[in-house]
Every structure is written in C-alpha cells, then in structure tokens.
Ligand binder design. Structure first.
Ligand code: TMP
Ligand code: ZN
Length: 427
C-alpha cells in the first residue's frame, strides 16, 4: 500500500477472481505504480504528506478478456462525495440528446414511461428524457450531486444501484421501461448484483442501456490515461455479451460513439424478451477477434505503446522547459491526473491547469499538486503551450481557443502520441 499504508489498507482490496466470469487466469498488462485517486483534488496549501496512493495495475482475464484493475478502492471513498460533474460542454449536451433519441427510437419508448438512471450525476441526461415527457428517477451515491439534481427537478435517490435498491424502486414506482447507466458500469465491482437489480426492475420489454469506454478504442488509440481507480473494468462487446448471457440478459444492439475517446452504448434486454438481437452485435464480436483482443500479444503491445508515449511526452515537455517555454494544462479531467502522475510531470513543468468546473478551481491536482485555475486566469497568464489533458474535447476546444492559437499559442495533444498543434494544424 501507499506511504501511509496503515490508514489506506482498509480502503482497497485486491481482486481474487474476474468479476465477469470468475476465472483467475490473468495476463499482467500494465503497472502504472502507486497512484493517488484521479478525482482526489486537494485544498491548496495543506500538507500533502498523507495523500493516499493505491496500486494502479491492469490485468486481462484469459477466460473472458475483461480488462480489470487489480485493486478495488472502496466505492464509498470514491463516490460518496464526488467532484466530477458532467461537463457543461456542447459536445456532452449534444451527446445526451442523441442518447435519449437512440433509446426512444430504437425501442419505441412512449412518453410517460419510467426511465431510471444509475450514476445520474447532476441529472443532465435525465433532463433530456424529461423534455420528452418521460417519468424519470436518478440513482446516484454522491449525496451532494443527488441533492443538486433533485433541486433542479430530477428526483434522485442518493444510493448505489443494487439488487436491493432496484427492488425498492420497483415497489415504489413500478417496473422501468428503460434503465440507463452512462459511464458507471465500468466503475462497479459487483456487476452481478447490478444485473440482478436490472432483472428485477426492468419490464419484460424494457431495455437496459449502458455506455462504457470501448476497450478496442483504448487499446488502438493508446488511451492509457483513461486508466484510473474509478475505472475497474474496460469492456469489449464480447465480454459483455458473455457476461449478460450468464445473468439471464441478452445484448440486443450496440452503437459505437465518439465520446470519451470512443465508447459503446450497449442495449440489453431480458434473455427471453421480445427484442431481436441485431447483427451488429456479432459483427463487433468478430471485429474484436480479428483485432486480436483475445491474444496476449495485443496486450503486451499496448504496454509497449504506453511506455513509449510516457517517454516521448516527458522528453517533449523537458525540451520545451529547457528552452524556457511556459506550459499549463488545459482541463483538469481525472485522466489528466493519470497522465501527469505516471509521466512524472508536476508543478516544475506545468504552472497551472485551467478547468471550467468551479468545484475544482482553487484546489490542486492529486499527486502533482499543480494548482487548478479558471479559464479566465488562463487568458490573463497565457502560457506558450497548453498540454491538452481534456483531449476528448479537442475539436470544441480548438474552436473555442482560436484566438489563443492565432496569437501563436500551441497545444500539446498527448494521446495517442504526443504532437504539437498550431493554428494551421488545428482543424
Ligand atoms: P471529462 O472528459 O471527464 O468530461 O472531463 C473534462 C474536464 O475538462 C472537466 O473537468 C471540464 C474540463 N473542460 C474544460 O476545462 N474546458 C473545456 O472546454 C471542456 C470541454 C472541458
Ligand atoms: Zn473473465
């Protein structure tokens, strides 16, 4: 355990078997060392000596090829007071509208249906369903965020979604036509319990839709910074299809989406429910097979790419600093903390990070303790280079920062391979 192992040991446990298939035959993929929690932003000026750190290691299950962290941090530590609020970005707003349309159109969900969302955060996604006159209910363990959502008219239970809470919801509200989980299924250790909850709460013709980062994209695009303690699992369609089949559920359809570096929206129904399985499900499983996701060599290749990228980024930043260039971080997303900590980039390299999230401003990044400032501070203290930590919004950000680029400002885009973007290369 970390430097203060005594107090943190009880916060994390090592996995004993694959959470999807029960196998214990693992390939070690990558070990990123002892790393602080990616959303563990700290108050400025305190002593940082007792900052907890946990091993950040990924293994691939040879039984079902689930990519998993070796250590599970207690979800109460991670999620009860959560600093991640859904980005108020155009990209996300558009995406949430699209998710609502996809679910409603593909599965003919009429107005008045019950839509339950797990990990509903501040309620933005459910608000899109509310616009379509659905009955909505959020379930999110972050008590502060659940209260914000409820205040804004999206009723939210401050709980973890589980077989128990699903049972209570059904008693009170009846069965759900749609259960949604966007970027939350990969955060959950006991996914069998979630599947049991879904079976209980979902109508016989209902749909469970989960959006998770796509492991194939992560591997092909070298998105190793999306590895952090909240992301316990990295899924491909094949792993999910096999998992749900073992739990009386069936993958019906999959949509491949661009958000968060490449994600899949996976639609699941009761095993014997009325919806057909679309051909895309098998097509994606075959594509995963062809891409080598069942082969050890793919994962060892990924580990090499991670190492090369870490070295290249550290070298590039070191050279720029040696030339006296001023660098700041653009965005303070959780994944930025994996990138900075595992590349050993800190306050010596980055003067500050800007972030639009007010809750993060004035704090320091976990691990590297780089101060987080507002975007307007960034405009007043314009760096020569911005390291684009929020690279998943690059298009939107380059558009927004046209003036910075036109004035000679540059971005370093770290993923998949570090490259410098100027006004003429930003598109
Ligand atoms: P996410 O990738 O997990 O949504 O996190 C993105 C972070 O980047 C979030 O903290 C908000 C921040 N951000 C900015 O600071 N400026 C921007 O223009 C965008 C789109 C995001
Ligand atoms: Zn497995």
């Amino acid at each position: 355990m970390g430097s203060n192992g005594n107090s943190t040991e009880s916060w994390a446990r090592r996995i004993r078997e694959c959470r999807a298939c029960g196998s214990t035959d693992w390939q070690n993929v990558v070990s990123l060392g002892e790393v602080p929690l990616a959303n563990g932003f700290l108050e400025q000026g305190h002593s940082y000596d007792d900052e907890p750190r946990f091993p950040l290691e990924v293994v691939s299950c040879r039984g079902c090829r689930l990519l998993s962290l070796t250590h599970v941090v207690d979800p109460a530590v991670l999620f009860r007071e959560y600093l991640y609020v859904t980005s108020p970005s155009e990209t996300m707003k558009r995406h949430m509208r699209r998710v609502a349309d996809l679910c409603e159109e593909r599965f003919g969900i009429p107005a008045g249906s019950l839509v339950v969302e797990m990990g509903s955060n501040t309620g933005e996604q459910l608000a899109a369903f509310q616009e379509d006159r659905m009955r909505v209910l959020g379930v999110d363990p972050a008590r502060d965020l659940a209260a914000v959502a409820t205040e804004h008219g999206v009723r939210t239970l401050p709980e973890f979604f589980s077989a128990t809470s699903a049972g209570h919801i059904r008693e009170e509200h009846g069965p759900a036509r749609l259960i949604l989980g966007r970027h939350v299924f990969a955060h959950i250790d006991d996914i069998a319990d979630v599947a049991a909850g879904v079976r209980q709460l979902l109508r016989s013709d209902g749909v469970f839709a989960i959006e998770v980062p796509y492991a194939l994209d992560m591997l092909e695009r070298n998105e190793f910074d999306t590895i952090y303690h909240e992301h316990l699992s990295y899924f491909m369609v094949d792993t999910l299809a096999a998992f749900f089949a073992r739990h009386g559920l069936r993958v019906l359809d999959v949509e491949h989406l661009g958000v968060h570096g490449g994600s899949i929206l996976v639609f699941v129904g009761h095993q014997d429910g009325p919806w057909p399985t679309r051909p895309v499900v098998d097509q994606m499983r075959e594509k995963e097979q062809r891409a080598g996701l069942h082969d050890d060599s793919t994962y060892s290749g990924f580990a090499c790419s991670v190492e090369e990228t870490r070295e290249a980024l550290t070298r590039l930043v070191g050279e720029l600093r040696a030339e006296g260039r001023r660098i700041a971080g653009y965005g303070a997303p959780a994944k930025g903390n994996t990138l900075l900590t595992t590349c050993g980039l800190g306050h010596g390299q980055l003067e500050f990070c800007t972030d639009t999230t007010e809750l993060k401003q004035g704090k320091v990044l976990p691990g590297t303790h780089v101060p987080v400032r507002s975007p307007s501070y960034g405009k007043e203290h314009r760096p020569d280079y911005y390291l684009l930590l929020a690279w998943n919004y690059s298009e939107e950000i380059f558009r927004k920062e046209r003036d910075y680029l036109e004035a000679g400002g540059r971005f370093i885009v770290p993923i998949p391979r570090p490259r410098v973007v100027t006004a003429s290369s930003a598109n």
